[in-house]
Design a protein around this ligand. Sequence first.
Ligand code: GLN
Length: 485
Amino acid sequence: MLEKTVAELSKALRSQEVSSVELTQAYLEKIAAVNERLNTYITTCDELALKQASKADQLIADGNQNPLLGIPIAHKDIFCTKNIKTTCGSKMLENFVSPYDATIVSKLNKAGAVTLGKTNMDEFAMGSSNETSYFGSVKNPWDTSKVPGGSSGGSAAAVAADLCAIATGTDTGGSIRQPASFCGVTGLKPSYGRVSRWGMIAFASSLDQAGPISKSAEDAAILMNVIAGPDNLDSTSSRTPVVDYTLNLNDSLYGLKIGVPKQHFTEGLSADVEESIRLSLKEFEKLGASITQVDLPNNHLSVPAYYVVAPAEASANLSRYDGVRYGFRCDNPIDLEDMYMRTRSEGFGSEVKRRIMIGTYALSAGYYDAYYQKAQKIRRLIKNDFDAAFETVDVIVGPTSPHTAFSLGATTDPVKMYLEDIYTIAVNLAGLPGISIPTGFGGNLPIGMQIIGKEFAEAKLLNVAHQYQQVTEWHKSKPSENFGE
Ligand code: GLN
């Protein structure tokens, strides 16, 4: 039962094949049994979950048709949850309990989803391997010697290991898509502003976006139907009308124009990933799509531009952790200055500190024009490249990551780690939607394909992904019971 999709569970709940309480209990038992090995959850909320589940069972009995009613979900620990710890993977917020729910959490609560707990993540969402988490690294359920990807690695691993039916994640430069790729699940980063950022702890505000990590594109569509839309509490949330994301899942791909960026198939792409993506493109051709090459000439500038913009915004956002307003405070400060200094030195991990230093430097008087301003100009060029490509194609398809999951501890050079997002970061800089879906294996490790769309074309991406998942089985593959050990 635990391996089922949200769509399947929703039916099972309605036909009383299983109750939400039974389902929730089963997930909680499995989490208790394996979490020590996978480290996917930082917090579980058993009592709350069972309470929500029993309420859901009542509503189901009353005939309530909401597809998420009674469905056990996991939230990335970046989303504020009332009365539940929200750590953001940091010592700084180790014991922080939010006084309110993030908009996405309250919307999901209202839809009747059952909160199982909060998933592990890179500290303040900075990382591509989950190794920057203060709570220790998550292990990839396909092979526990490998990373799950990051920063939403806990959510991706939890979905892959059937420790929840679906999960939330966030993506600033690739953090939904890359872990989805490494863990063999589906991950959608919506367009910037499609989902409210209220109550989602800020990393880089002009890039951050929340979205679903799921077992299928259909499930991602079901979740999007609840979380997408404007929010008066987030002035950057878009007023563009929301569609029903499940409505066009079954549209034919006949006549679909797919663009393949040559910059996503260059040196550095591993042979098994390339082969898998090429085979998937053939699959699309069989479904009636046509493939052409597109040019994204400034893609190589996306990682450097991101590593100015994101740290700059992060340095501003993280200035609030001063030992006064939130979370951790150092012991016995001698004066105010000492408290600020030691709170931040002791409360933040080294990757976060690195970014704060890069960011404050890039924003300082005299350097602002040379770095931040310049990076913003590159960002425009990157957006222009996508706009030009989308004049001739409907979607852009390529690999999500240059390779499959790498070994824990193997990547210690920060710049090498930053290059992990070489295919995903441009999408955030341009504010576009992107989805990663499983397309095969390299050895025993999953491979992911990224599909990029025009702004607010989430429904199109979900349609393309769903059609692929109707004719392939990759998304149904499961890691072994002993997680490859
Ligand atoms: N890996 C990128 C970083 O470390 C992206 C992280 C994210 O999307 N949150 O910044």
